[in-house]
Design a protein around this ligand. Structure first.
Ligand code: CA
Length: 224
């Protein structure tokens, strides 16, 4: 998760850097609005923390730009500001800020808001129920059905199937599957992927034809 912090005050940047990094986010910083807009044009972050009072281009102007621009309009934004009045809060929210925190804030409260907003926005993007042919996967209830039958999957097989269903038809190499499903930092041999694919196939094939395609010397894909 990448977070862009747009803040001209050095001490607050330092505080945010420490807390966000410690929580495992990758953080980048802009000291003014123009720099922020350049950075956003290059790479769209997963979330923006935006100071209201910035030199030159104000926080509100930056927010308006972010909300008007097609590639950034869905990025969640938390406004940071010294202005505590209700009017300013309403203005920020009117312009499309998702949340608002008044300075001085406690790092714990800010981190809780960041987590809550990321959770909320992820839920908006990722719907709870995925469908592919006669297979239905419910991420909230951790349930898979094929036709009228429940498919019983282990946690790894579940994540594998979810990954395939979010990317139907796309071929993934064993290495890509390890990175996406197991996580980059865990060391697992590539043939482990084959073992779990076999289990997933077996469970799904109880209730219908094989939908996982083996692509020779490439990897695996879910039939569209
Ligand atoms: Ca400021």
């Amino acid at each position: 998760m990448s977070i862009l912090v747009i803040e001209d005050e050095w001490s607050i940047r330092k505080l945010l850097k420490m807390n966000l990094k410690e929580a495992g986010y990758s953080v980048s910083f802009a000291e003014d609005g123009d720099q922020a807009l350049e950075m956003v044009a290059e790479e769209v972050p997963d979330m923006i923390l935006l100071d209201w009072m910035l030199p030159a281009t104000s926080g509100i102007e930056v927010l308006r730009y972010i909300r008007r621009n097609a590639s950034t309009k869905h990025v969640p934004v938390i406004m940071l500001t010294a202005r505590g009045s209700e009017n300013d809060r309403v203005t920020g929210l009117d312009y499309g800020a998702d949340d608002y925190i008044a300075k001085p804030f406690s790092p714990n409260e800010l981190m809780a808001r960041v987590r809550a907003l990321l959770r909320r926005s992820r839920r908006d993007i990722e719907s709870d129920i995925l469908r592919s042919g006669d297979i239905e996967l419910n991420t909230e209830e951790r349930r898979v059905r094929r036709g009228d039958s429940d498919v019983h999957l282990g946690p790894t097989e579940f994540r594998l199937l979810e990954h395939f269903m979010r990317n139907p038809g796309r071929v993934f190499s064993r290495e890509q599957l390890l990175n996406c499903v197991w996580g980059r930092d865990i060391y697992v041999e590539e043939r482990t992927v084959d073992v779990h694919i076999r289990r997933l196939r077996k469970a799904l094939n109880l209730w219908g034809k094989d939908v996982i395609r083996t692509v020779r010397s490439m990897g695996y894909a879910l039939e569209k």
